[in-house]
Design a protein around this ligand. Structure first.
Ligand code: FES
Length: 546
């Protein structure tokens, strides 16, 4: 410590607070973390603690190949081991870009020292030729317009620049906004912290307050195990549905719950979806953006509206209950956070489908799909790989109609590998030109939380390990019925048995390094895609210091 210029007066007898910072030069969503960490440190010092910044893998959603999901558990392990191996008493977790939130929380839950999450905050809303544009969602929309020849390269570039206006996470209700909101509902952030735009000075103040609170949490010994309960996970699921949040959150919440020792299965999500209306009118399900959500009162106002459907007696990191934290909260723009009796959608923010094509479940976001595709039966057009699909959909002579069901195999945890966000399969170009904007699509992949359309995702077990999705063939009839929650491959059982008998298991895609560990230990989507060895056993004792 002396070597770094610290005296005993700096640290002796003070809580040592680790600040796990996922900043990097190539993560635009966390570009402000280089400065924001100083605000957290300021708070820690003010409260009489000693801050230690510990950098961790940044997991930039837009740059990490082939998918950040391949590395979510890597960051979770890094977080847990950083906390365990250093002489620290508490931790501030700085994250926000998609996988960073669940990864940091998973690691902190397993380490179980006092921990508080500091969300990165959404970027400013996009502005382009008088319209508000949303991250991801409007990119996909304009990409189809470009493929259809309706906008020029210059228009495209101007649109891109209009979306990318500031640091911060995607400002639609994508995975980042969803997961940071759910971190807050779980009780792991300060009240309303997740809704503050990254570039708002309130965000800087929240960072300092998070630092101050981390020190107090050490004195109170308030740990994740004191905060996370079965009821807090039910609250998070209800919030996910009412936000019209990302399908990815299902995988992450299952993983978080399992780390916290709470049994959570897909049926719980579906049960809660059926009774929870979508009230956040945010893209891609609704109209507005996260900046509007903040002006409407933020998550506090949203939770106050959702109060009859959640258990507000759950504890949060500030030592108060959710009920205490939202006392007096009001919705200031009810077109953005709608009342329960006038929602964006009455129920089914997400739906869990099962059937002979997905015995362990698949998920869909019905509220973001064209109504006609909630109940649909059509011939399959099957692709065994992303490359094959990507080439085919550009062909003018592809034999496809709007009634076809596009199927992508081998895009799951093992098959891709890393379960990338390939699940919003592109509409074939010839149909885009005819004005088709949605089709039924099925895969064992995930999709971006900013995506939309009738996409059935997370089919489990995945095709690569011999799940029934592997046995679908072009021309087979496939039926989806959201109301009945069914996903059916209309092929006779004996024919399916023949196809199964002919299935040849493939070797793992990744044979060395972290990839080999991933291939050996990764769970399927319905299990939260955690590593089996991270679920076993109690919290490890802190290593002895000799
Ligand atoms: Fe980082 Fe969307 S790319 S949150």
């Amino acid at each position: 410590m002396l070597q770094m210029g610290y005296d005993a007066a700096d640290f002796a007898g003070k809580p040592v607070v680790a600040i796990i910072n996922t900043w990097s030069d190539i993560n635009p969503c966390h570009a402000h973390f280089r400065a924001r960490v100083d605000d957290v440190k300021r708070g820690v010092l003010q409260a009489g603690g000693f801050p230690i910044e510990l950098p961790a893998m940044s997991l930039s959603e837009t740059f990490v190949k082939p998918s950040t999901m391949l590395y979510r558990n890597f960051l979770a392990m890094e977080t847990e081991e950083l906390i365990r191996s250093h002489p620290v008493d508490g931790v501030v977790l700085m994250g926000g870009c998609d996988k960073t939130t669940p990864a940091l929380l998973m690691g902190a839950i397993s380490a179980n020292l006092p921990a508080i999450f500091m969300p990165a905050g959404p970027m400013l809303r996009g502005a382009y030729r008088g319209q508000s544009l949303g991250s991801g969602s409007d990119v996909w929309k304009y990409w189809d317009e470009k493929r259809a020849g309706r906008i020029s390269d210059d228009d495209w570039r101007e649109m891109e620049a209009g979306i990318a206006r500031s640091y911060g996470v995607c400002m639609t209700m994508g995975t980042a906004a969803t997961m940071t909101a759910l971190a807050e509902v779980l009780g792991m952030t300060l009240p309303n912290a997740s809704s503050i735009p990254a570039a708002d000075s309130a965000h800087t103040r929240m960072a300092a307050e998070t630092g101050r609170r981390a020190v107090e949490m050490v004195f109170e010994d308030l740990k994740p195990s004191d905060i996370l309960t079965a009821a807090s996970f039910d609250n998070a699921i209800a919030a996910l549905m009412a936000l019209g949040g990302s399908t990815n959150a299902i995988i992450h919440l299952v993983a978080l719950a399992r780390r916290a020792g709470v049994a959570l299965d897909l049926k719980r999500f579906d049960d809660i979806a059926r009774r929870t209306p979508v009230i956040a009118n945010i893209r891609p399900t609704g109209q507005f953006l996260m900046e509007d959500f903040w002006y409407a009162g933020g998550l506090n106002a949203f939770l106050a509206t959702l109060a009859p459907l959640v258990d507000l007696q759950q504890t949060t990191v500030n030592g108060h209950t959710l009920a205490d934290n939202i006392a007096g909260a009001k919705v200031w723009r009810d077109e953005v956070v709608r009342p329960l009796n006038d929602p964006v959608a009455g129920s089914d923010g997400l739906a869990v489908l099962t059937g002979n094509l997905a015995p362990r479940g698949a998920v869909m976001k019905p509220a973001a799909a064209e109504e006609r595709l909630r109940r649909h039966r059509g011939p399959a057009l099957v692709f065994a790989s992303y490359d094959e699909m990507a080439k085919a959909v550009e062909r003018d002579d592809l034999a496809v109609t709007p009634d076809h069901v596009l199927v992508l195999q081998n895009a799951g945890p093992q098959g891709a590998p890393g379960m990338p966000e390939w699940g919003m399969l592109p509409i074939p170009k010839k149909l885009v030109r005819e004005g088709v904007r949605d089709m039924l699509r099925i895969s064992d992949a995930r999709m971006s939380g900013t995506s939309y359309g009738a996409c059935v995702l997370h089919v489990a077990p995945e095709a690569y390990v011999g799940g029934p999705l592997a046995f679908a063939r072009t021309g087979d009839m496939i039926a989806v019925d959201v109301d009945r929650r069914s996903l059916t491959l209309d092929v006779a059982d004996d024919e399916l048995a023949r196809r199964e008998a002919a299935f040849a298991p493939r070797p793992p895609r990744l044979s060395r390094g972290f990839g080999a560990l991933f291939a050996k230990s990764i769970g399927q989507a319905d299990e939260g895609c955690d590593f089996d060895f991270l679920l076993r056993g109690d919290v490890l004792a802190e290593p002895e210091i000799h």
